[in-house]
Design a protein around this ligand. Structure first.
Ligand code: SAH
Ligand code: SF4
Ligand code: F3S
Length: 427
């Protein structure tokens, strides 16, 4: 079949789509880049907020009308939303042909052989690490490499542990091998993925040791990782980051709230004070490190004064960037049933204030780099013109510079001439 995958959610899902593509290609199917050319549409879905689910449900709704003009078109739904509500989805939607959970992708070839029967496979498998499957990477120049799957943390707002199952780490030897392979193919910029990479552990190799091993891989230029949980960020990791030349000066460290009462209700297991200490350590060991975060407004029980405290902490820390969300109650999580839920309007109003504040901080941080020389790993043409190219700096800023396709996959050192809240302009 000719398949097209539409991916929602986090980098984990992007990496899973690359696994799915590889499994299907291996079985003789062909990936197409235009949805119109496909006879199999796969939606790889996210459940993290209601909005993420509603968006993809809308998309499925609008794509299924294609079945009228192309009766052989098949639609599959996979990923976190499939895991959460897949059975209802397939029972209620005559146009969905199959539903697969996050640990069931190896069954895709058989499902497709019998595609005329509606099928669903949703069991979680706490041992599934897709061993031996080399993902079909989307980018020619960068690679996401999954180092662990699942999550054991049960932050009280979060659906991920329910839909992704228990935490398990891939063997470090497989990760090293995949990194070498990616580098040999010209993917010199590698991002390691896990819901909480700091708790990676495989036969005595913890996350700092894994980074040390990967730092030795000659075939790659750069290493990053997402996501770090503040409760598990060790001194050892900070030291390894500081001395490993390939590990970029950037960490994504979700704070979620700047108020201890809320952090406790979120089951995050750290305090604001501990978080601030980590920031100090990171900045002491790794000067110019960029720190980005995730943060939420309107968690149950958050008062206006709790919220203001969070804004103050945002100002005090000065994140390079923050992904701001409004709390979305997820059925089955502890937070969805807490008393003192905050109204939608209030959550939204706080979110807007938070985004406005952070945008100014990000702009200031970016403008501070004007006049400095930065190293950019060129990945693609800039959206606006074909004589400009773009890529990330070591500290994870998007930068635009003059260049041609020949520069793709290379490191370029240029001076920052101007900056917006989203981009460093280097021409
Ligand atoms: N494992 C990662 C990412 C989890 S999902 C981590 O621990 O950071 C990415 C972000 O989505 C979270 O950091 C959180 O800020 C946000 N998020 C998760 N559940 C949410 C919910 N129910 N409502 C709003 N935002 C949520
Ligand atoms: Fe969700 Fe917390 Fe696990 Fe991240 S660490 S995936 S926020 S439960
Ligand atoms: Fe990622 Fe969304 Fe699943 S954030 S882990 S795709 S619920």
């Amino acid at each position: 079949m000719k398949f097209f995958i539409e991916t929602y959610g986090c980098q984990m899902n992007i990496a899973d789509s690359e696994l799915i593509a590889s499994i299907l290609i291996e079985a003789g199917h062909q990936e197409v880049e235009q949805i119109e050319k496909a006879d199999l549409l796969i939606f790889n879905t996210c459940s993290v907020r209601a909005h993420a689910e509603n968006r993809v449900l809308g998309r499925i709704q609008s794509e299924k009308s294609r079945k009228k003009t192309n009766p052989s078109l098949k639609i599959g739904v996979v990923g976190c939303m499939a895991q959460r509500i897949g059975k209802e989805l397939i029972e209620e939607n005559t146009d969905i042909d199959f539903v697969l959970g996050v640990d069931q992708y190896q069954n895709l070839p058989e499902i497709i052989q019998e595609i005329d029967n509606k099928q669903y496979l949703l069991d979680l498998d706490s041992h599934q690490i897709y061993k031996g499957i080399q993902p079909s990477y989307h980018s020619d120049y960068c690679a996401y490499i999954t180092i662990m799957r699942g999550c054991n943390n049960f932050c009280s707002y979060c659906i991920v542990p329910y839909v992704r199952g228990r935490e398990r780490s891939r063997p470090w030897q497989d990760i090293v091998q995949e990194t070498i392979f990616a580098g040999k193919q010209g993917r010199k910029d590698v991002t390691l993925l896990g819901q909480n990479v700091n708790s990676y552990l495989h036969s005595d190799v913890n996350f700092p040791s894994l980074l040390r091993k990967l730092n030795e891989v000659d075939e790659i230029y750069r290493l990053r990782f997402i996501t770090s949980h503040p409760k598990d960020l060790s001194d050892e990791l900070i030291e390894v980051m500081a001395i490993s030349a390939k590990v970029c000066e950037h960490i994504h460290l979700p704070i979620q709230s700047g108020n201890n009462k809320i952090l406790q209700a979120m089951n995050r297991k750290y305090t604001v004070e501990h978080y601030l200490e980590l920031i100090n350590k990171l900045r002491n060991y790794i000067p110019n490190i960029a720190i980005t975060t995730d943060i939420m407004t309107g968690f149950p029980g958050e008062t206006e004064s709790d919220f203001r405290q969070t804004l103050k902490v945002l100002e005090e820390i000065g994140f390079d960037d923050a992904f701001c969300y409004k709390f979305s109650p997820r059925s089955g999580t502890v937070a969805a049933n807490l008393p003192h839920q905050i109204s939608e309007q209030e959550r939204l109003e706080r979110l807007q204030r938070m985004i406005d504040l952070q945008r100014n901080i990000t702009l200031k941080k970016n403008r501070n780099q004007i006049g400095q020389t930065v190293e950019i790993y060129v990945e693609s043409f800039s959206k606006k013109s074909t004589d400009k190219v773009c890529g990330k700096t070591r500290d994870f800023k998007m930068a635009v510079l003059s260049g041609t396709q020949k520069d793709f996959g290379t490191l370029q050192k240029v001076e920052v001439k101007d900056a917006t809240a989203s981009t460093l302009i280097c021409f």
